[in-house]
Design a binder for this molecule. Structure first.
Ligand code: BES
Ligand code: ZN
Length: 621
């Protein structure tokens, strides 16, 4: 950002300095000195050894004539050789040091570069327990025939499988050649090139941040949904997946109509095994998805709308640091809801937003003031702590507020220009605000005060200007729920036969955290909630049934915990069990039996819950 813009923003009563916020504290890279602009990968997948091994060649853009070191991020990588390459491709060995690992950041790889080479090549090998990779035995896949590998780089795990500048502030194009055994299809966040023998090749010509580096490999089948989209999954899953995601082309056309052309050529989706730790991940040209979104009735496809929306908000215009992540997730949650509105109607879009808003309001009570800010004070949040409802829902709510004040036509045009203006750039909250002020707020005076914008972005909690759409079906559900809880309406008499998934989620979200045993048993008897195949319903119901003291729900909860590796869904069940000694013992036994099947991130998160329960039982809810 130019200094004048910085000074203009300094008038804002920030709880911290803007200059401090522009630094990425989660990377050892020094992008002001030297920047990676292109990456070439030449890798081999070694399934028996659970290792990726090969070379990465980094094309460098030197920005500081005095710079004599290239600092890269790594985590548990074995570095075998580092060399400089001249234009003719001649290699010259370089000296390097791999620093002692920091628990959060990993190890700084410091490469001595006395001559500022145009390219540096590193030969390396990943650790079997690399935090950004999961290696699955064939028994852990749906079809049980072939082992499986997938990566999850966001937030700072790309460094566990590629030595690079692992900060979203740096963007590079990439090309890859990956050797894999016969029968293994490799996919990456890039366009597939024709395979040659056992080498599969990829090309991503557009500059992307490192957290969008992605790879998956296994026995995979493809089913086209339109000329530019396809669904990939294990062969036995691909048909159900393609049916569930068949609206992808109308979703794309809607988004293009609103915000300009899709700029990444193809859009493909990959359904991963159940251990995938997130709902979805917006890897360019190849969204990764949890199988839990395949509910059979398209009720959870807003996850697909969300990952598609990232093709504009996040992948095209990217948050420069993890502290600015709401620029990715808040904008995306807003766009997601616009896609749902256009493809499935306003009622469904409103229902989904009101459910999310209710969850945010509940969650805010347990967050620190700093965590309640869209743009929190830097350094006080971990890089992986970004997945809170604040970045997503408060961020989207802020954009809904702007849309309501300026009107849809003006706001849609503004957002389209914003994506265009910052296309293929990584920006901070303050850069977004400077653009917002010049191109929306000051251009249409009298609609929104700048102090209101600052309150949304920098203050904790929710402003009074946060309003919600009226959802008549939800009002009726509130009435029915109240009557049920008062005992004037039996569980079987609830008018729930026609409730869609979102209406069920709304009903469940606003039940007491611990219903009475009689209430839980009556609801389960009437509506078989413990046996619901819909994972979002299970996540809301099972903890309540357990807290009600309904031990009949325990085996169902155990099955759920072992079936689902998506952290957002499985952790609430673990947390609930961990709140009583008997439940803790039960959850620990379940975890021990299934530990090997969980993703490294999920394992880490569950172990944290279990450890905390032992240390301070009263702190877990
Ligand atoms: N980019 C996120 C996933 C993510 C965020 C991974 C932060 C690691 C750190 C992805 O786009 C996402 O938001 N996924 C959501 C789904 C969505 C519909 C809210 C998820 O996984 O739950
Ligand atoms: Zn997202």
């Amino acid at each position: 950002m130019r200094l004048s813009a910085l000074l203009a923003l300094a008038a804002i009563a920030l709880p911290y300095s803007v200059a401090e916020a522009a630094q990425d504290p989660y990377s050892y890279a020094e992008p002001d000195r030297v920047r990676v602009r292109h990456v070439e990968l030449d890798l081999a997948l070694d399934f028996p050894a659970r290792a990726i091994a090969g070379t990465v060649t980094l094309e460098l853009d030197w920005r500081d004539a005095q710079a004599l070191t290239l600092n890269l991020d790594t985590r548990e990588l074995a570095i075998e050789r580092v060399e400089a390459l001249d234009d003719a491709g001649h290699a010259q060995a370089l000296r390097y040091t791999l620093a002692a690992p920091d628990a959060e950041l990993g190890s700084r790889l410091g490469i001595a570069t006395p001559t500022q080479p145009a390219r540096v090549r590193i030969a390396y090998r990943t650790a079997p327990a690399a935090s950004g990779l999961q290696w699955l035995d064939q028994a852990q896949t749906a079809d049980r025939q072939t082992p499986f590998l997938f990566s999850q780089s966001q937030s700072i795990h790309a460094r566990s499988w590629i030595p690079l500048q692992d900060t979203p502030a740096v963007r590079f194009s990439y090309a890859a050649r990956v050797r894999a055994a016969q029968g293994i299809t490799v996919l990456m966040s890039a366009l597939r090139q024709p395979a040659q023998g056992d080498v599969q090749s990829f090309s991503q010509p557009r500059p992307i941040p490192s957290y969008l580096m992605a790879i998956a490999a296994g026995a995979l089948a493809e089913q086209a949904a339109s000329p530019r989209t396809a669904v990939w999954a294990e062969p036995s899953q691909v048909q159900a997946a393609a049916r569930e995601f068949s609206d992808i082309e109308p979703m794309m056309q809607t988004t293009e109509h609103l915000y300009g052309p899709y700029r990444w050529s193809r859009y493909d989706m990959l359904v991963l095994p159940p251990s995938f730790p997130f709902g979805g991940m917006e890897n360019p040209q190849m969204t990764f998805l949890t199988p839990t979104v395949i509910a059979g009735d398209k009720s959870l496809v807003s996850v697909v709308a969300h990952e598609l929306a990232h093709s504009w908000s996040g992948n095209l215009v990217t948050s420069a640091t993890w502290r600015d992540i709401w620029l990715n997730e808040g904008f995306t949650t807003y766009v997601e809801n616009r896609i749902v509105e256009a493809v499935y109607g306003k009622t469904q879009a409103d229902e989904e937003f009101v459910v999310a808003a209710g969850e945010l309001q509940h969650k805010l009570q347990s967050l620190s003031e700093n965590q309640q800010r869209l743009a929190p004070a830097p350094r006080e949040v971990g890089a992986d702590d970004a997945l809170t409802d604040v970045a997503y829902v408060k961020g989207a709510w802020f954009l809904r507020f702007l849309e309501a004040r300026f009107g849809r036509a003006v706001f849609d045009a503004y957002l389209r220009d914003y994506f265009d203006h910052f296309a293929f750039q990584s920006i901070t909250t303050e850069q977004m605000l400077a653009y917002l002020r010049a191109n929306l707020v000051d251009k249409h005076p009298g609609k929104v005060g700048w102090d209101q914008v600052e309150q949304w972005v920098y203050a904790p909690g929710l402003p009074e200007s946060a309003t919600l759409p009226a959802v008549p079906a939800f009002t009726a559900i509130d009435t029915a729920r109240a009557a049920f809880l008062e005992g004037t309406l039996g569980a079987a008499a609830l008018p729930a036969k026609d409730w869609n998934t979102h209406e069920w989620l709304y009903f469940l979200d606003h039940l007491p955290e611990a219903p009475t045993l009689a209430q839980a048993q009556a609801l389960d008897a009437a509506w078989q909630l413990s046996r619901s195949g819909n994972a979002e319903i299970g996540m809301r119901w099972l903890p309540r049934a357990i807290r009600a003291g309904d031990s009949a729900a325990w085996p169902a909860a155990r099955t759920y915990m072992l079936r689902i590796g998506r952290m957002k869904l499985t952790l609430p069940v673990y947390r609930t069990f961990a709140s009583t000694p008997a439940g803790l013992a039960y959850a620990e036994a379940a975890y021990r039996a299934h530990k090997a099947g969980y993703h490294p991130l999920t394992r880490q998160a569950i172990e944290k819950v279990l450890r905390k329960a032992h240390a301070q039982p009263e702190a877990i809810r």
